[in-house]
Ligand binder design. Structure first.
Ligand code: SAM
Length: 621
């Protein structure tokens, strides 16, 4: 076969995306995309189109050679997407592609800089490319000149370049690192090259094993060129998420960057590489607890995704282990996305979740009726609360009777709320004794108490309309606060907006038992060790809840059965309740087909089971 210049590869073949329905057509696509550029050649078929291209061959570069140096070229829509993240509309941004090939990324970055208002003359200093393949660099240089952009290029082994904090550095720190490093397996990535790359990664604090492919060291070394607030935008093999040798890279990504987003493709995106890829978008420094996974079908979807949109899964994985466990098939996520955008609103639009009182020592500040009587503290110097913990909140509401039962059972149903002048009153003697007892125990030394004006007076929050259980094994729940009591930070509170529908206070706790909301909780919440699902107020705020119309329609069906369903929940029989709510809300009110409801249910269940690491039996409590 005649040889192709890499330049043909990029502009003819690799720029073409694989059509959604033709993953296995293999190299036939080469002809199709070349033909798209040259209709005459297309008519003549594959061999002719290759001949047309090969007539311009000046420098030999075979597929074998390209494979050896990991030269697979990135489709333009992917490069554009990454360039947008890298430049971030900053006309001053300096962007480095450490293995630039024929500069699909640098060209995209140059265009984004122009759009951002960069000075055309300055772009050649802002756009920096390195590649060890001289012809690729020459092609890049010429291409960027032709586009009126220009760039700074080095023909170098990138591992021979020291990061900017070294004495022999040749490059200044950059705002963004962009690119698609070579994917060369360890068997071929050997000898001196390997040694140098491993040392470069080690200099950034990452110890790679002998099994690591070339991309791992390149990624880590390249980030050594970033400013502290800099951005990373790279195409990496999807094995980053799963293979053992990438474990140190996963750990490093979490501790190196302030935010990490991963865009995962369901389909192959490179015609000439059988590698699944993931886009890694990261920024800042200092480490992050969680990152976002964004599954998409292919590069066409990139135009529609928004980081933090409903498609995204916030993941706080264990410190060790692979990162792919949280994924759903795209059709389920798309169904979820559609249901959310057509029928749901965020919890925040009914009311904002907020934190409960942080006492600093619940076992002191939250007291039982027996302690109250022992110290003869009048009720008016205390406030009634839902006791710490959430085990007692099993039903749809927490009423006065529930509170009284807990009081009689010896639970901590009161919290101190004395105010300074109160202490001067005659009936405050008991409270004073209790404060003295706390001091004797050293409660005033606890951090949260030390930093308060008056250590013994925790900042009491006003009673919310609803409670929200934010740490859960199964699912987060809303509970109507019919008792109108205050609460501590073992849950969140939701105060309904003045314009929230009247029925929201009663209806939301029951309607939250639907599969779309439950799936939303898995997607928006964070998973912690032991499979616990945690939702901070910001994440709880984004939990999808039935919109007002759907809420009202479903409530009509469910209101007559509320007491019976409440009883079922209190007995731990929750799956029957979910079925009933799914039927009323998703099927009858939102008009989803039974198959769609089943799909959402299965999706919520599979994420929940993956999170907890076990099958949850129908009425498992
Ligand atoms: C996967 S290609 C990517 C090219 C381009 N960024 C793109 O996506 O179209 C990898 C490129 O890395 C270059 N390369 C491989 N090892 C390198 C190294 N150690 N230093 C610099 N460039 C290298 C190859 O010559 C090739 O052009």
């Amino acid at each position: 076969m005649e040889e192709l210049r890499p330049c043909e590869t990029r502009h003819g073949r690799a720029r073409k995306l694989i059509p959604k329905d033709s993953l296995s057509r293999g190299r036939a696509r080469e002809t199709a995309s070349s033909a798209a550029r040259k209709p005459a050649a297309a008519a003549a078929g594959r061999s002719r189109s290759l001949r047309v291209m090969s007539s311009r061959v000046q420098v030999p570069d075979t597929p074998g050679l390209r494979k050896t140096r990991g030269a697979f070229f990135t489709p333009a829509p992917i490069a554009d997407y990454l360039a947008e993240w890298a430049v971030e509309s900053d006309p001053q941004a300096r962007v480095l592609d450490p293995t630039c090939g024929e500069s699909v990324f640098l060209e995209a970055a140059g265009r984004k800089l122009l759009e951002a208002g960069a000075d055309q003359g300055a772009i050649r200093r802002q756009v920096i490319g390195v590649d060890l393949h001289r012809d690729s660099v020459e092609t890049s240089r010429a291409l960027l000149e032709r586009r009126g952009l220009g760039g700074t290029f080095l023909v170098e082994d990138f591992f021979a370049l020291s990061p900017p904090d070294c004495l022999d550095a040749r490059l200044e720190p950059v705002d963004a690192v962009i690119g698609n490093p070579p994917f060369i397996r360890y068997q071929e990535h050997a000898g001196l090259d390997r040694k140098r790359s491993v040392q470069a990664a080690l200099a950034q604090g990452v110890r790679l094993s002998g099994l690591a492919s070339s991309w791992a060291a390149l990624l880590v070394h390249a980030c050594g060129f970033l400013k502290p607030e800099g951005r990373l935008a790279m195409v990496l093999p999807a094995e980053l998420l799963s293979v053992g040798y990438a474990e140190p890279v996963r750990r490093w990504l979490r501790r190196r960057f302030k935010a990490v987003h991963l865009v995962m493709f369901e389909r192959l995106q490179f015609e000439d590489a059988l590698e699944r890829v993931v886009l890694v978008l990261a920024r800042g420094s200092g480490g992050c607890n969680a990152f976002t996974l964004v599954p998409v079908q292919d590069a066409e979807d990139l135009q529609t995704i928004r980081i933090f949109g409903p498609m995204h899964l916030n993941v706080a994985p264990a410190h060790e282990g692979k990162w792919t466990d949280f994924l759903l098939p795209v059709h389920q996520r798309q169904l979820f996305d559609r249901v959310v955008s057509e029928h749901m609103v965020s919890l925040d639009s009914y009311g904002t979740p907020s934190l409960g009182t942080v006492t600093g020592a619940n076992d002191y500040f939250c007291i039982s009726e027996a302690t109250r009587l022992e110290y003869t503290i009048p009720e008016r110097l205390l406030a009634p609360i839902s006791p710490p913990g959430t085990r007692h909140l099993r039903g749809l509401s927490f009423g006065k009777r529930d509170w009284e039962k807990l009081r009689d059972a010896g639970e901590s149903v009161w919290i101190l709320r004395g105010e300074e002048p109160t202490l001067l009153r005659a009936d405050a003697a008991g409270l004073k004794r209790y404060i003295a007892a706390g001091k004797a125990r050293g409660v005033d030394d606890a951090y949260k108490c030390r930093v308060r004006d008056m250590w013994w007076r925790p900042p009491l929050v006003t009673p919310p309309d609803l409670f929200f259980t934010y740490m859960s094994h199964r699912y987060p729940r809303l509970i109507t606060n019919s008792a109108a009591v205050s609460f501590v930070n073992s849950m969140h509170g939701v105060r309904l907006r003045v314009n929230a529908p009247k029925l929201a206070k009663q209806a939301l706790p029951l309607l939250a038992f639907n599969s779309a909301t439950m799936l939303g909780a898995e997607i928006h919440g964070r998973t912690y060790g032991g499979g616990v699902l945690k939702m901070e107020p910001r994440e709880a705020a984004s939990l999808p809840m039935p919109g007002p119309k759907a809420l009202e329609a479903a409530w009509k069906h469910l209101a007559p059965h509320r007491s019976a369903l409440d009883r079922q929940l209190r007995q731990g029989l929750w799956t029957g309740v979910v079925k009933r709510v799914d039927e009323a809300l998703l099927h009858q009110a939102c008009r989803l087909s039974e198959a769609e409801v089943t799909d959402l249910h299965a999706a919520a269940r599979s994420l929940r089971e993956r999170r907890t690491g076990r099958e949850i039996l129908p009425e498992d409590d």
